[in-house]
Design a binder for this molecule. Structure first.
Ligand code: DAK
Length: 259
């Protein structure tokens, strides 16, 4: 039995972490199922947007599995850390955009998973926190780096040093999520957003994701060069030629072929 379910909806898919009895906490098996699911989804050339969510009404992911971690020796801890980091990198570098539909608790490793996604939508019940420093550890699946890049070092430091819980409305105000909606609307809203993205030029979206992600690690000057490179590569695509030809001929166009 897998802790990860995949539902394909045309050119989009929903990946659900399905361990609600433990609030979808990430144990070694969940991480291994996530890795396998992402490896499979990556092979789908026509997938244009992926949604990640958690099963059940309470939780997106309530962090790494504390019970499992509590008995780990250094070797197991290292393997667990490597597996978790691999999953976060798979999400961050996934070829098409990934939306986190945060339906409840996004704590510790769950917050980090949401941060590895390109976009976050939250239900009014979403709660974000880094409890790690109360457990004697630091965030270790990219949280210190990704949160500081998203909201700046001051707010990231406050949240990591104190473990304070951020509710959905504050997360929206601070730019941690881009929309908040009623819990029962969350998946529909995420699907709507995924469909909008899926209807646009997939190669351009891929190049834009590469430019945004790659540029974060560069100086502005180098980032602008990288943007030019990503921009230039779009001109190799039929989609760019057909969409611009249609514009020049004053014809509507939305038939992107991913070529
Ligand atoms: N791990 C394991 N089980 C968990 C869990 C977790 N993180 N969170 C919840 N559960 C389980 C509970 O134990 C309970 O199981 P049973 O007792 O029913 O068997 C079930 O889910 C329901 O939880 P509660 O009964 O506690 O539900 P409540 O509504 O009362 O409370 C809560 C919800 C989310 C406030 C509470 O469950 C809670 O505080 N959970 C722990 C949250 C937490 O501290 N998460 C962060 C974990 S630290 C690493 C990199 C990264 C990490 C680790 C290593 N390396 C590089 C090596 C990441 C660390 C973390 O994520």
């Amino acid at each position: 039995m897998s802790f990860v379910e995949i539902q394909k909806n045309g050119k989009t898919a929903v990946l659900t972490i399905n361990r609600p009895e433990a609030l979808n906490a990430l144990n070694s098996q969940v991480l291994s199922d996530l890795k396998a699911a992402l490896d499979e989804l990556k092979k789908e050339a026509d997938l244009r947007c992926l949604i990640i969510t958690g099963a059940g009404p309470k939780s997106f992911v309530a962090g790494a599995d504390i019970g499992e971690m509590s008995t780990m020796n250094p070797k197991k801890g290292e393997a667990f850390g490597i597996a978790g980091n691999k999953v976060m990198s798979q999400v961050a570098s996934f070829p098409c955009p990934v939306i986190a539909a945060v339906n409840g608790y996004a704590l510790g490793g769950g917050f980090e998973l949401a941060l590895a996604c390109d976009l976050r939508l939250a239900s009014e019940k979403a709660r974000f926190a880094f409890p790690e420093t109360g457990l004697g550890i630091t965030p270790g699946f990219g949280g210190t780096q990704r949160l500081a890049r998203l909201v700046g070092p001051a707010l990231a430091s406050e949240l990591i040093f104190t473990g304070r819980t951020v509710k959905a409305d504050e997360a929206l105000a601070k730019g941690m999520v881009s929309q908040v909606c009623a819990p029962e609307e969350l998946l529909d809203k995420a699907q709507e957003l995924a469909d909008t993205i899926a209807g646009r030029a997939p190669i351009a979206i891929r190049q834009a994701k590469k430019a945004i992600r790659g540029g974060l690690d560069l100086t502005l000057e180098k980032g602008l060069d990288y943007e030019s490179e990503c921009f230039g590569e779009c001109f190799d695509s039929e989609d760019q030629k057909n969409a611009m030809k249609a514009f020049v001929e004053k014809q509507p166009f939305n038939d992107f072929q991913n070529r």
